[in-house]
Design a protein around this ligand. Structure first.
Ligand SMILES: [Zn+2]
Length: 267
């Protein structure tokens, strides 16, 4: 089993990166308000849990808190789950099957993070900030702790909103080198989307640009995920630069829909 200390160490390394990302990104005006709103959510009480069995009861224990105040179910909760937790209960196995890096579960009002992913702590911090966005929308819409499941259309619209924030956050944390790579790909995509170029630019391996944001990663699967993240981030930038807000949104829906249907529970 994973000890509490090991769990907290993984969380601390992610949390340090969250703070570092926020400091770096707050100098970037466009996302200041959105980011501040997300961070306000965790400034009061915020807890990290571990799953455990108490007798035959599957339950959770707090292993970390951001405040000494008494915890309430309305506060932001994070479960940091490890492969070793699978042996505890079928619930863990089922949720971990859906879990690549992170997900937000509205019914439990909980963010679940993969404690042992093939990504860097900085990437996991970015992922956590993304899931906080989902938690905030659920709060605004009164969906927290309710059985309501968004329709595929609502879920796609929400994901496009999240990813539109994400691409701006990447530009804010990636520095001049990332901005240059992003602009290069965005321009190539604009040429393709406006039929000035017949072929889609090569996307494979281009996610390497995200090393400027998150540091390098080893696994081939993680590299592929980064190719996808980089591609869609540049598509969002291309749409925002060339289309009206309404048409840009439609374009992003169209591009993300084929991928989102299969992965909508994951992110
Ligand atoms: Zn998402």
């Amino acid at each position: 089993m994973i000890s509490d200390q090991e769990r907290v160490e993984v969380w601390n390394s992610i949390n340090e990166e969250v703070e570092s990302i926020v400091v770096k990104a707050l100098s970037y005006g466009l996302i200041r308000d959105v980011l501040a709103e997300r961070m306000n959510q965790i400034s009061n009480i915020f807890a990290v849990f571990k799953p455990l069995m108490r007798g035959s009861q599957f339950t959770f224990d707090t292993i970390w808190r951001s405040s000494q105040k008494k915890f309430s179910m309305q506060d932001v909760k994070v479960f940091l789950w490890f492969p070793e937790d699978d042996q505890l209960h079928m619930n863990v196995v089922e949720i971990r099957k859906l879990l690549r890096y992170g997900l937000y579960h509205g019914g439990l009002d909980t963010i679940v993070l993969n404690g042992k992913s093939d990504e860097t702590a900085r990437f996991m911090a970015f992922c956590f900030i993304h899931e906080l966005g989902h938690a905030l929308i659920a709060k605004k819409e009164g969906r927290r702790l309710t059985p309501y499941i968004p329709t595929p259309e609502e879920s796609l619209a929400e994901e496009v909103e999240m990813k539109t924030f994400d691409y701006k956050l990447l530009l804010a944390i990636g520095g001049p080198e990332y901005i240059a790579e992003s602009e290069k790909m965005t321009d190539a995509l604009i040429r393709y989307r406006t039929c000035k170029e017949k072929t889609l630019p090569l996307l494979e391996g281009k996610g390497l640009a995200l090393d400027y944001c998150f540091g390098p990663v080893k696994s081939d699967r993680a590299k592929k995920e980064r190719d996808f993240l980089f591609w869609f981030s540049c598509e969002c930038a291309a749409a925002d630069q060339t289309l009206s807000p309404e048409l840009a949104q439609k374009e992003k829906y169209k591009l993300l829909a084929p991928f989102h249907h299969a992965t909508r529970e994951k992110a």
